[in-house]
Design a protein around this ligand. Structure first.
Ligand SMILES: C[S@@+](CC[C@H](N)C(=O)[O-])C[C@H]1O[C@@H](n2cnc3c(N)ncnc32)[C@H](O)[C@@H]1O
Length: 252
């Protein structure tokens, strides 16, 4: 699915590499022709309005690799489990402008449904990668009522992906749980999150949630890898873990 993209019409600058920012305070400055403005990396609503900015900043300059890494891991596990990707309907959570959906489609996934909390993400996906999503819902997963969840899930997704969107004021554990509940039993879960979010000292709640799902048998880990998600503005590597797991009925 090749989409023509024109050259960016902006100037972009990053902080000095000698300065260090926590991931949720990183920023860039951007000039679209009216002067320089500061944008926090987490101001996705503003970033997605500028065509080409998200790809230039995170993928070209900061060398983000999360979508291909986790999609490769998922594809490997589907092959190992003898599952035909073309028959799968995948829920892509924190979908942004569709980079993950594009990677899934390139690996033969049949249908992808996107979910994001901001309309600017859906608009950018339609602008940047028209047609990669069969459907795209703008909603807050923490405030999703049962009727809407079951209408969207429509019998349950065969898999969910959540890439570069867990934690940091983005998707909290309860939103992850709500998305997970829309996956059918025996479905696949493919996620990336900062490696220390799964450690004993984690304060985000993800380590507790994922470990309790593994302990109850509700989740079976199939594969996992630690990799460089992207560079920080200091140009130091940010290490993430990609995990592919399978959903089961919890043990009674
Ligand atoms: C770093 S972007 C990742 C986008 C895409 N997955 C990718 O890898 O390119 C994080 C995305 O998560 C979305 N997001 C943040 N909080 C969310 C929430 N509570 N529910 C759904 N999406 C959320 C943001 O709007 C943003 O589009």
């Amino acid at each position: 699915m090749a989409v023509e993209r024109s050259a960016p019409s902006f100037r972009l600058a990053l902080p000095e590499p000698t300065t260090n920012y926590e991931q949720d305070t990183e920023y860039c400055v951007l000039d679209t022709g009216t002067g320089w403005t500061e944008y926090r990396f987490h101001d996705y609503d503003e970033l997605f309005k500028v065509p080409g900015l998200y790809e230039k900043l995170f993928y070209e300059i900061l060398q983000c690799q999360s979508p291909p890494v986790v999609c490769d891991l998922l594809a490997e596990q589907l092959t190992a489990e003898r599952v035909d990707p073309s028959g799968l309907r995948v829920l892509d959570v924190g979908a942004g402008n569709g980079i993950v959906a594009e990677e899934l489609r390139n690996r033969g996934i049949g249908k992808v449904v996107g979910v994001d909390i901001i309309p600017e993400a859906r608009d950018a996906a339609e602008r940047d990668r028209p047609g990669v999503y069969d459907d795209y819902h703008v909603l807050d997963l923490t405030a999703l009522n049962e009727d809407r969840a079951s209408a969207i899930a429509s019998g349950g997704f065969d898999a969910m992906t959540c890439v570069a969107a867990l934690g940091f004021g983005d998707i909290p554990p309860e939103a992850f749980r709500a998305a997970f509940d829309m996956v059918a039993v025996d479905g696949f879960v493919a996620i990336t999150l900062r490696d220390d979010f799964l450690s004993d000292g984690d304060t985000t709640g993800f380590a507790g949630l994922i470990n309790s799902m593994l302990a109850s048998g509700e989740l079976e880990q199939l594969g996992s890898t630690v990799y460089r998600h992207r560079l920080a503005t200091s140009r130091d590597p940010l290490l993430y873990r990609a995990v592919v797991a399978r959903k089961h009925r919890p043990r009674a």
